[in-house]
Design a protein around this ligand. Structure first.
Ligand SMILES: [Zn+2]
Length: 264
């Protein structure tokens, strides 16, 4: 599932291969055909992101993409001639083809609309100019759990279910602690860890939260292609730190994982 790190990663990859070139745009699926026609042949500028929202800039046109739970980009260096009718947006130049499938949002928007989308989001730990105080203001006055607050994109933008579980474990915070019970120092620890982990993740496009010391020898051999976590999706498996069996519960329709020993 794409979280903020994937969005930043996709932005970088698209800019690397399509940046400052005239791109051909189409919608093999047909649901974005009129819009694709309007950007077809325009120059692909530097994409911007905020949390899980991606903005492609073509001259004065902006395409807003939100991948949701199932959306994905497939970027290949060779031209792709076989078009599946699931491709909402296809972008290509002579070196690369990008195919977007199953996004929650893919829309042509104005600058004003982009600003209004961003204004509803909390600070994004991946952006240099983000101010964590905006997130702190909402958290320390809230009676909601920190687990729920971290998933709320209007509080902090870019964290999803995997990072939520992993960050709370790494910072040893009980997910059921209420926002108004969290200390400022703990909040800053969470913010800094989010910033650190999202940055690492945005480089590879993969979520990495567990240092090698906590991996088994076998896992180390598998390397970067697998996703290793402290608690996320470790159903009936032990916490990597204390060996307590990982606890899980449904919160707001998503499964929360945590360690009842490390995160008292
Ligand atoms: Zn533990």
């Amino acid at each position: 599932v794409p979280e903020g790190h994937s969005i930043r990663h996709f932005a970088n990859v698209h800019y690397q291969f399509l940046g400052n070139t005239a791109v051909r745009a189409s919608s093999p699926q047909g649901r974005f055909s009129d819009e694709a026609e309007r950007i077809n042949g325009l120059t692909f500028g530097k994409p911007t992101t905020h949390g899980k929202h991606l903005f492609f800039h073509f001259d004065d046109q902006i395409v807003h993409v939100h991948l949701g739970l199932y959306g994905w980009f497939t970027v290949t260096k060779r031209p792709q001639d076989t078009d599946k009718d699931t491709i909402r947006l296809k972008l290509e130049n002579d070196v690369c083809t990008s195919r977007l499938t199953a996004p929650t949002k893919c829309e042509l928007i104005t600058q004003d609309k982009m600003e209004s989308i961003i204004s509803r989001l909390g600070p994004d730990p991946l952006l240099d100019d983000s101010d964590p105080r905006f997130a702190w203001d909402k958290i320390h006055t809230s009676k909601k759990t920190i687990a729920s607050l971290l998933m709320n994109q209007s509080v902090i933008a870019g964290i999803g279910n995997v990072y939520r579980a992993e960050i709370l474990h790494r910072c040893q915070v009980n997910p059921y602690l209420l926002g108004n019970e969290l200390s400022y120092d703990k909040f800053m620890e969470i913010w800094d860890d989010a910033r650190y982990l999202l940055r690492i993740g945005s480089v590879s496009g993969r979520i990495r939260t567990v240092p090698n010391d906590f991996l088994t020898e076998k896992e180390r051999e598998v390397g970067g292609h697998a996703q290793f976590t402290y608690v996320y999706k470790r159903t009936e498996q032990p916490c990597r730190v204390c060996r307590t069996i990982v606890a899980q519960a449904e919160v707001d329709g998503r499964t929360l994982y945590w360690c009842q020993t490390c995160q008292k």
